[in-house]
Design a protein around this ligand. Structure first.
Ligand code: ATR
Length: 262
């Protein structure tokens, strides 16, 4: 039986096993998908073991998406551009790092029907998921991306990979069509981004967080009559793409899948 894993720290909250095992069963694939809590020091061994074992694929989550890179043999174009790997697969015992978060985010935005042509986005946060969001928005033809992070140096650092970025101070806002929370603020109940939402006149407020399904960021935007979207579709579509890479099957996204991820 082929084995698949999601690695991260923490990992308890991950819904990837639920979704992948649902599709594995549905499509009669002879495989199992498990989660594994790892420390940084375990990564190299886990990946080296993968070459010789029945483990055919690994999903990587916070905080290891960049850290795994030196232990892989090859990177996809998207993984190279974002320096972020969330999906690993094997080809002739070689480990290939790929990034399906870019696809996941693009699909999620497409589903909102927001046309990005001549639009401006404000991204809050410069953590692990941000490069994927930047690349997705750029590929979809957005006009301008402004980035704001508490630790400004991390936002400035992303300019090396994405020179077109405009960086503003944390707490500052700017007129934008799409406002994205890519920070971890809101995962804990009552946590709130201290921004003057009334100055944000965006059409769409997007939060990468999907649990809770409505963060304070989205709740406040909704009160202002704005369209909101959480990170659920991004999560589902990054998983779909990983499933397709590993098993060559593209699962259907239906109400059953949507009900599974709550
Ligand atoms: P990492 O930064 O290790 O990649 P992450 O979970 O991917 O971790 O990203 C966390 C993001 O949320 C970062 O942008 C972080 O800002 P810093 O770079 O300044 O740490 C942001 N973040 C988390 N808690 C925050 C808070 N209380 N206020 C502002 N930003 C916060």
């Amino acid at each position: 039986m082929k084995k698949y894993l999601v690695i991260g720290n923490p990992i308890e909250h991950s819904l990837s096993p639920l979704l992948h095992n649902f599709w594995i069963k549905k499509h009669g694939v002879n495989a199992i998908y498990e989660k594994k809590l790892l420390e940084k020091n375990d990564i190299e061994k886990t990946l080296n073991d993968m070459r010789e074992s029945e483990t055919e694929g690994i999903n990587v989550t916070v905080p290891f998406k960049k850290y795994v890179i030196p232990f892989l043999d090859q990177l996809s174009d998207t993984a190279k551009k974002t320096q972020s790997v969330n999906t690993i697969f094997k080809r002739q015992n070689k480990l290939i790092g790929d990034n399906t978060d870019v696809y996941g985010f693009s699909e999620a935005i497409k589903l909102t029907n927001l046309n990005l042509k001549n639009k401006k986005a404000l991204i809050l946060g410069a953590g692990g998921v941000t490069p994927s969001i930047i690349l997705a928005l750029k590929n979809m033809g957005i006009l301008e991306i402004v980035l704001s992070n508490r630790t400004k140096a991390k936002a400035e650092d992303l300019k090396k990979s994405f020179p077109f970025l405009k960086v503003i101070n944390w707490g500052e806002t700017t007129k934008s069509d799409l406002i994205i929370n890519a920070t971890s603020i809101g995962i804990k109940e009552k946590e709130e981004i201290k921004l003057d939402n009334s100055k944000l006149d965006g059409q769409l407020f997007y939060d990468v967080i999907y649990n809770p399904s409505e963060t304070k960021f989205l709740e406040n935007a909704k009160k202002l009559g704005k369209k909101t979207e959480n990170g659920k579709n991004m999560f589902i579509y990054q998983a779909l793409k990983a499933f397709e890479i590993w098993h060559g099957i593209r699962p259907e996204i239906n109400t059953e899948v949507n009900d599974l991820i709550k």
